[in-house]
Design a protein around this ligand. Structure first.
Ligand SMILES: Nc1nc2c(ncn2[C@@H]2O[C@H](COP(=O)(O)OP(=O)(O)OP(=O)(O)O)[C@@H](O)[C@H]2O)c(=O)[nH]1
Ligand SMILES: [Mg+2]
Ligand SMILES: [Mg+2]
Length: 272
């Protein structure tokens, strides 16, 4: 086909392929969610429905892209891990990042009413995105450990902060002063003594965040093998998670999961 004289503009495009052999991590974060969560009166410090909406939207990304082998979310952020040998979009950064952000953001709006039946969406939420490449398995695990440690630090602080305000009647400034300079064990103790709350009894979804993993399971009634995405609220810093889900780092196919109970929460991947 003859080329038009305008064709040369393509030469301005640049190559943005992710380096081979690296884990690709896409992290999304809600833009100005301090404002968004207060406009929509999210519960403090954690709104379970909002976290479940984030999880549903992240599962939509995993339904679309098989090469996302794991995702981890907390607060207004989600990280998506693509297999290190993926050739999705020829590993082009801008394509991968923008497609994931778009599916996630659209799903967040699409599923809003499923989780907030009684709340109207007042304005369009939006998310920023970045992409980071990690060359070693250890780097990838350290990245995920960093995000889960962040979940713990923020959630312990927020639980103590809002506990002092709602149960002890302190002002924001007073609560901030009580917690200033305290280490984790002191925050745990303040929560227990002042608010009667044992931090360990807080919901795992708040304390650990959510990791989305793929499983191959037998589902009733036909008992046929189905590919599902399961939200887990478990430790991903230690070795046991990585031993149980060793196919993720070893880039192996899923094997039938015998521990799966059909009343576990899961999202069915429709196109097999
Ligand atoms: N009430 C409530 N607020 C939440 C919840 N999850 C997240 N947030 C709010 O969302 C904010 C997320 O923090 P950041 O991502 O650092 O800040 P941001 O306001 O989104 O600003 P940028 O990310 O820089 O655009 C928190 O500071 C909270 O104000 C929740 O479950 N309940
Ligand atoms: Mg944010
Ligand atoms: Mg954030």
């Amino acid at each position: 086909m003859a080329k038009s004289k305008y064709e040369y503009v393509r030469t301005f495009e640049f190559e943005d392929r992710c380096l081979q052999n690296c884990w690709i991590v896409v992290r999304l974060d809600g833009r100005s969610f301090h404002r968004f969560t207060s406009s929509h009166k999210f519960e403090k410090p954690n709104d379970k429905r909002a976290l479940e909406l984030m999880n549903r939207s992240a599962a939509a990304v995993m339904e679309e892209f098989r090469d996302v082998s794991l995702a981890y979310g907390q607060s207004d952020e989600y990280s998506f891990i693509l297999r290190k040998n993926t050739d999705l979009y020829n590993r082009r950064q801008s394509k991968i990042m923008s497609a994931i952000n778009s599916i996630f953001s659209a799903s967040y709006v699409y599923y809003w009413n499923t989780f907030f039946e009684d709340k109207k969406l007042l304005y369009p939420p939006s998310f920023d995105a970045r992409i980071v490449l990690y060359p070693t398995d250890q780097n990838l695990r350290d990245y995920l450990s960093w995000r889960q440690a962040d979940t713990h630090i923020n959630n312990l602080y927020n639980t103590a902060f809002w506990g002092l305000i709602s149960m002890k009647g302190l002002s924001n400034n007073e609560a901030e002063k009580v917690l200033s300079g305290t280490v984790s064990s002191e925050k745990n103790e303040i929560l227990f003594k002042e608010c009667g709350t044992n931090y360990n009894n807080e919901l795992p979804i708040y304390r650990k965040g959510t990791v989305l993993v793929r499983k191959l399971v037998n589902l009733p009634p036909s008992k046929s093998k189905k590919h599902v995405i399961c939200p887990l609220h478990v430790d991903i810093i230690g070795d046991s998670f990585w031993e149980e889900y060793n196919e993720i780092l070893n880039l192996k196919d899923l094997i039938l999961n015998k521990n799966f109970k059909p009343d576990d929460i899961f999202y069915l991947v429709k196109r097999s």
